[in-house]
Design a protein around this ligand. Structure first.
Ligand code: SF4
Ligand code: SF4
Length: 209
């Protein structure tokens, strides 16, 4: 991984027909953010409850103590990869959208890293990008800003150092990841407003004594 400054440029292109097509959709440990879950569920036309049950597994993060949702592989492949590429391309999650970049937030700072994996031949292409241009091209701005809200929850949990009990972990999982269930409970109609409210409520949980 190589850190990129905002002014740095990298070369990359990915397209059907490139020799490594779909190689990046195998054997992944793909953690999903709440906004990823929401968008993927909407792309598939199912509820977040159904999406979480069918396509994900969950555990509690060792470092954060917060729920972590991971996309389940099927025979070592992403369930959405087809011979023609990603079947949910317009709704693909953050890591797929940003690849070959990884975005890391530390406090108020955002860092981009370039991931170079042997199987990915996109780096040999000539098209040049800055991190900002790539984010815009991949329509990742909304993802970044919604993921930043979730990062505020992680920061609040780190600040409080609170040990969450099982009930609280379950509540945060429902408020942040299972937005359709949360919407029913609080009577909100808008997905994004409900997600913001779910994260805000979760911050209250991790901050309360
Ligand atoms: S969601 Fe799409 S791009 Fe991401 S791993 Fe699955 S098939 Fe590949
Ligand atoms: S160029 Fe990289 S990102 Fe594109 S299909 Fe090949 S391995 Fe995947």
């Amino acid at each position: 991984m190589q850190e990129l400054e905002p002014v740095d440029r990298f070369t990359f292109a990915c397209y059907p027909g490139i020799k490594c097509f779909n190689e990046c959709c195998k054997n992944l440990n793909l953690a999903l953010t709440p906004y990823d879950v929401l968008r993927m569920a909407r792309g598939l036309g199912i509820t977040t409850t159904e999406f979480l049950e069918k396509y994900t597994s969950r555990h509690v993060g060792i470092a954060t103590g917060l729920p972590v949702v991971v996309l389940k592989m099927v025979d070592g492949r992403c369930p959405f990869v087809t011979d023609r590429g990603c079947s949910i391309y317009a709704y693909r999650p953050t890591p797929c959208r940003l690849y070959p970049l990884a975005r890391v937030r530390t406090g108020e700072e955002v860092h981009y890293y370039l991931l170079k994996e042997d199987f990915c031949l996109g780096h040999e292409e000539e098209r040049e990008w800055s991190p900002e241009e790539w984010v815009e091209d991949q329509k990742a701005m909304d993802y970044n800003s919604m993921n930043d809200l979730f990062f505020e929850l992680i920061s609040a949990k780190n600040r409080s150092g609170k040990m969450l009990n099982e009930e609280e972990i379950e509540e945060i999982y429902r408020c942040c990841f299972d937005i359709d269930s949360f919407k029913l409970e609080v009577g909100l109609k808008d997905d994004v407003e409900a997600l913001k409210e779910g994260i805000r409520y979760s911050i209250e949980i991790v901050s309360s004594l």
